[in-house]
Ligand binder design. Structure first.
Ligand SMILES: [Zn+2]
Length: 308
């Protein structure tokens, strides 16, 4: 047995590398007849589980309660990318995932950002912390799951991608993708209706995660820090946000579950507002799922913006 073959054996032989299938054709790894799917972060994991159903074994790279942007992958996780059937990710959210996908799973990756027309990245003056400190390597805002209409499109395209990777179960993937897209479209309708008539449209948020929500439902997002929640806002940025918040008579400064609320609390005190949690659904909610977290966000926004 050659050294190369030994190495291949040691790395696991789940992928049908010895089958006489079409060279270059998409081979999908499987466990117990299920297609293995690796989802980079919670909203994508939720989507992959819904669309994959009983035909897919979905694993997530980001553990619950972990802020995904700065995720570091273990060697085991990186190794897993070599054999997984499909990686579902959004380029621009997690630099470590982007790099690992490029190196180990470029031919088996579904980048949700390519499934929709993304929004441009938040304007420079709206989100920089200290000078030259930029994590984003893409020129668009990657938080696209916060627009349920776009996310519905992602569901449909993920269904097609899984159907292509695992043709024997194509029907199931397409049916579940359609059902998931319908749920997301219904959610979009609820948000549109619930946010149609509000006395304010300004949302001050910890990091600029809500650009899609703001764009879709005609709100105006003022992000304290930029697209990366760990970027420390400069004193000048804080003063600017405080000024705008006062002008806009903002009643609520939004905090997140996974980002320290300290800065938001100081700001709230300064402008005489209270704080409330608006969940960017970057991680699995402690209760419920993506859909219920978004509905909770709707009621939080309705209260803060005095919607009727
Ligand atoms: Zn984010």
């Amino acid at each position: 047995m050659s050294a190369a073959l030994l190495a291949a054996t040691a790395c696991g032989t789940e992928v049908g590398s010895t089958s006489g299938g079409s060279p270059g054709g998409a081979s999908s790894a499987s466990t117990d007849g299920k297609t293995t799917v690796t989802a980079a972060m919670y909203p994508l994991q939720w989507l992959a589980e819904r669309v994959g159903g009983p035909d897919a074994a979905v694993t997530g790279l980001t553990k619950p309660g972990v802020e995904p942007h700065d995720l570091e992958l273990s060697p085991l996780q990186v190794g897993g990318l070599e054999t997984t059937g499909l990686v579902v990710y959004i380029r621009g959210v997690q630099p470590a995932v982007d790099e690992a996908v490029e190196q180990h799973a470029a031919d088996r990756a579904f980048d949700a950002a390519t499934a929709v027309t993304p929004l441009p990245a938040v304007a420079e003056e709206e989100h920089h912390g200290e000078e030259g400190h930029e994590h984003e390597e893409v020129d668009y805002d990657p938080h696209l799951w916060l627009d349920p209409a776009r996310f519905a499109t992602v569901a449909t395209k993920l269904g097609e991608r899984l159907a292509a990777a695992d043709p024997a179960h194509a029907r199931g993937y397409r049916d579940r993708a359609a059902a998931t897209a319908a749920d997301l479209t219904a959610l979009d309708g609820e948000l549109a209706k619930g946010l149609a008539t509000c006395s304010s449209d300004a949302i001050v948020t910890s990091h600029s995660a809500f650009g899609y929500l703001a764009d879709r439902y005609k709100l105006h997002q003022i992000g304290i820090s930029g697209l990366d929640p760990d970027a420390e806002p400069s004193p000048a940025r804080l003063a600017e946000v405080a000024k705008v918040a006062k002008q806009e008579k903002v009643t609520t400064i939004f905090t997140e579950t996974l980002v320290s609320p300290k800065v938001a609390e100081i700001l709230a005190q300064e402008v005489g507002a209270k704080t409330a949690v608006l969940d960017p659904v970057e991680s699995r909610p402690s209760n419920g799922d993506y859909l219920s977290a978004m509905r909770q966000n709707l009621s939080t926004l309705q209260a803060a913006l005095s919607c009727s």
